[in-house]
Design a protein around this ligand. Structure first.
Ligand SMILES: [Zn+2]
Length: 317
C-alpha cells in the first residue's frame, strides 16, 4: 500500500520535534533570527569572531543560549530585544502559540491558547496573543501598492448582539485595500467619510493605479489621480468584465468575510482599542497565504525583533 507523502505544513509530530523543549525552541528561533549569522542585540555587532558561548550553569543561574560579545563586553541571548524578553512563559510555549496563531485561518482565542499550552491564567494567554499580534503589526510600508487595488470599508467589533442588525454604534469602521493577487493593508478609521477613505488610498496606493470600489459616493473624486472603477452592488452587479480586466471587489470582500468570521466566531468580542492588533494578525495570514504554516510562522517570527510591548502593570507574563 502506498503511503501518502508527509504534508508540507508542520504536522503535530514535526511541531513537537521543532518546539518540544525550550532548548529546541531557542535553537529554532536562533536559526530564524540569525540566519545570516549571529548579531549582538546590544551593539549590533555581527563579527562572528567576537562571540563565544557561555556554558550553562544552574548554580550560577547561567541560562542555556547565553553568549558573550567581546565588542560591547556584555552577554546576550537570542530573545534580548524581542517580544520574548523578560517573559516568564517558557519559549517552547511561545513558539507553539506563534505557530497556532499563524496557522489558524480565523485566528485562535486566548482561552484556547490557555488550555492548549497550559498557561497559568487567561490574562497571561491574552497578553501573550496580543504581544504576538503587536509584533506582526507593520510599522510602515516601504512602497505603495500598484496595479489593481480593491478598496472597501466595513464595520467590525462590538458584541455578537446586534451585529448585522443595522446598529453600528458599538462597531468600529475598518478600511482594507487589497492589491489584486497580492497583499492586503487594513486599518481602523475614525469615521467613514470621503476624506478619510481617500486619504487612506493616497497613503497606500501609487497614483495612476486602478482602484476598484463599490458605488459608495464617498469614493467619488478619486479621479484623475487614480483610475476609478466601481461595481453597483445595489443593482446586483458584483463583477463586470471590461475586456481582459474584471471590475470587482471580491478579494477585499473575502478578506472582510474571514475577518468577521474570526471576530464573531473565534474572539466573540474585539474592542476598538485592540482591533488594530487583530487586523495585523489577519493581514499577516493573508499576505503569507501562499506559504506553508511553518514558513508563515518563521516570517512572523522575524518581526519579533525590536517589538517589546510593556503593559503598565507589573503582572505581565
Ligand atoms: Zn555586543
Amino acid at each position: 500500500m502506498k503511503t501518502k507523502p508527509a504534508p508540507k505544513d508542520l504536522t503535530l509530530i514535526q511541531l513537537f520535534d521543532r518546539f518540544g523543549t525550550d532548548e529546541k525552541a531557542r535553537k529554532h528561533l536562533e536559526s530564524v533570527l540569525w540566519k545570516g549569522g549571529i548579531v549582538c542585540p546590544k551593539c549590533q555587532c555581527n563579527d562572528q569572531s567576537k562571540f563565544s558561548d557561555i556554558a550553562p550553569n544552574e548554580a550560577a543561574k547561567t541560562r542555556a543560549g547565553l553568549r558573550w560579545c567581546a565588542n560591547c563586553k556584555d552577554k546576550f541571548t537570542v530573545t534580548i530585544g524581542t517580544i520574548f524578553e523578560d517573559s516568564h512563559i517558557p519559549l517552547r510555549k511561545w513558539l507553539i502559540a506563534w505557530y497556532l496563531l499563524c496557522s489558524s485561518k480565523k485566528g485562535i482565542s486566548s482561552l484556547q491558547l490557555q488550555r492548549l499550552l497550559e498557561i497559568g491564567s487567561y490574562r497571561s494567554a491574552l497578553f501573550m496573543a496580543h504581544r504576538i499580534r503587536h509584533a506582526l503589526k507593520e510599522t510602515g510600508y516601504a512602497e505603495k501598492m500598484t496595479g489593481t487595488i480593491e478598496v472597501d470599508e466595513t464595520f467590525v467589533g462590538g458584541t455578537n448582539k446586534g451585529v448585522g442588525g443595522g446598529n453600528r454604534k458599538h462597531l468600529t469602521p475598518v478600511v482594507a485595500m487589497v492589491q489584486r493577487g497580492g497583499e492586503v493593508r487594513s486599518k481602523v478609521m475614525p469615521t467613514v467619510n470621503g476624506a478619510n477613505l481617500k486619504q487612506a488610498i493616497r497613503d497606500n496606493v501609487q497614483i495612476c493605479s486602478e482602484v476598484h470600489t463599490d458605488a459608495n459616493y464617498a469614493y467619488r473624486g478619486l479621479e484623475p489621480k487614480f483610475t476609478h472603477k466601481s461595481v453597483k452592488h445595489c443593482a446586483g452587479e458584483y463583477s463586470r468584465h471590461e475586456g481582459e480586466n474584471v471590475v470587482t471587489t471580491a478579494s477585499v470582500e473575502s478578506f472582510f468575510s474571514l475577518l468577521k468570521r474570526g471576530v464573531v466566531g473565534t474572539f466573540h468580542h474585539v474592542s476598538a482599542q485592540h482591533l488594530p492588533l487583530y487586523l495585523a494578525e489577519f493581514d499577516h495570514r493573508h499576505n503569507c497565504r501562499k506559504m506553508t504554516d511553518g514558513e508563515r510562522t518563521d516570517v512572523g517570527l522575524l518581526k519579533a525583533q525590536g517589538k517589546r510591548l510593556i503593559y503598565k502593570t507589573q503582572s505581565q507574563p
